[in-house]
Every structure is written in C-alpha cells, then in structure tokens.
Design a protein around this ligand. Structure first.
Ligand code: PEP
Length: 263
C-alpha cells in the first residue's frame, strides 16, 4: 500500500495550553511563518486542536484571514444535548466548523477512565455530526512488555470501529503511551509496524477501500528532527504532535518536513 493518495496530516494537540488570546497570536504567527518560508498549503494538511474555550476565536480568525488550517476539538460528549453538566456536544463543535475531534487520547483514558466502549460511543457521536474522529490508540510500557506493540492498539481500534460505516471519514493515530511527552519517540520501524497493523484492522472492519484512504498518524515525542524519518514510512500518513505543536518555529518546521529533509 503506498501513501500517494493520502494527503499527509500534521495535527497539533495543544492540550490544556494557550488561552484564547494566546491562541490568536499563535495561529497568526504560525501562518506568517509558513508563508514566509514559502510553504505550499496543498502539500500537507495542518490542523490545530485548541481547548474548547479557544475554538470560537480560532474559527473566527481562520475564516477572516483565510488561514488554511483545519480546526479540531480535543474531545466531545457521547450525547448530543441535555442535562450533562460540563460536556460539549459534537453538534456545537460542528456549528463552529470544527472538522476533527480527537477521541480516546491516552490522557482521557488514564485520567478520565475512558474505556474502549466510551471511545466507540464518542466515535459514533462525532460521525453523527459530520466530524472526523481522530481515534487515538496505543500501548503502555507495561502492555509493550507483556503483549508486544500492536496487540493492544489493534484491539482498541477494533472496538472503536464497531458499527462504523465503511465509507466513514476517520483518522487513526498510533500513540504509544510511553512515547507521549517522554522525549523518547518510537523508532520509525516500530511506528511503521504498528501503523501497518492498524491499517489492516481498518481493512478488516471497514474494507480495503477504507484502509487505502484512511490516514494513520504516528504520535509521541515528534519533533522537527525526527518527523521526516516517520514520514518516510509507507503506512505513516502524518503526525499528532503535542509539546512541539506549542512552539511556532518547531511546529512550522514539522509541517515543512519535506523541505528540510528532502523526503
Ligand atoms: C500527544 O499528547 O498526543 C503527544 C503526541 O504528545 P507529545 O508530542 O508531547 O509526545
């Protein structure tokens, strides 16, 4: 399977960082930095995932200045509306022109007890509202030792895809938990092996066409210095970036991986 038909996606998960004023400054500066560097908007899709409180502001800026970044949220409710204090509905996110929503990030699984079934319900909620779920899966260090790299993420993805239509637009992100925020990224070979396995799970669950078109990202301590080595792998179609997505020059260099390493 080649990655020629899949447009690379570089996604920045800001987590609980940047308030709405900082978000405006960040998005403007990133846009200018990429423009100054002559970055071609068509070569790579860029998406930012601000906190909920920034989404309206970032959406207004992107619209007003015609900034070619996609907007995403970091989570959503399994429900569409009602008495669910503190929750945010996919319907509201869709109204703000969010295109993507991260689902099943390891921090949600760990700190909020999100099970595979909750993740699956959130995938359904996203798809009900025309949002593209970025389904995060990955093994802990303990899982890696016990079961190897792909068994746990493959099982998580299988559950997340239950009941998903074969033509649904989804993104998968392989994020080994031990690599997130640790400075110790997976090797490109490890990332390729698991991303290929995840693509096979998409094929089993949704069919060969879905597997061919679905983008599978790698995430976990991605930096400007290692992004190109991941992007050379045939089953890695982009990156979900945490810490490095908060530093304009570093995130811009990641987006421009083709230029600085000549992939
Ligand atoms: C993440 O949290 O999704 C992530 C990949 O973080 P980092 O890039 O900081 O490892």
């Amino acid at each position: 399977m080649g990655s020629v038909t899949r447009k690379p996606l570089i996604a920045g998960n800001w987590k609980m960082n940047l308030d709405h004023l900082q978000a405006v400054a960040f998005v403007q500066k990133l846009h200018w930095t990429l423009k100054d560097a002559g970055h071609e908007n068509d070569s790579v899709e860029v998406a930012v995932f601000p906190p909920f409180t920034d989404i309206r502001t970032v959406q207004t800026l992107i619209d007003a200045d015609k900034i070619p970044f996609a907007l995403g949220a970091q989570d959503l409710s399994t429900k569409d509306s009602g008495a669910y204090t503190g929750e945010v509905s996919g319907a509201f996110l869709a109204k703000l022109d969010a295109r993507y929503v991260i689902i099943g990030h390891s921090e949600r699984r760990e700190y909020h007890g999100e099970s595979d079934d909750v993740v699956a319900a959130k995938v359904q909620a996203a798809l009900r509202h025309g949002l593209v779920p970025v389904i995060c899966v990955g093994e802990t260090a303990e899982d890696l030792e016990k079961f190897g790299a792909s068994a746990v993420p493959a099982g998580q993805l299988k559950t997340a895809l239950e009941g998903v239509a074969s033509d649904a637009d989804i993104v998968v992100a392989y994020e080994p938990v031990w690599a997130i925020g640790s400075g110790q990224a997976a090797t490109p070979d490890q990332a390729q092996e698991v991303c290929a396995k995840l693509r096979a799970v998409v094929a089993e669950s949704l069919g060969a066409d879905a597997a061919e078109k679905t983008r599978v990202l790698y995430g976990g301590s991605v930096k400007s210095g290692n992004i190109a080595s991941f992007m050379r792998e045939p089953d890695v179609d982009g990156a979900l970036v945490g810490g490095a997505s908060l530093v304009v020059d570093e995130f811009a260099a990641i987006i421009r991986y083709q230029k600085h390493v000549g992939v």
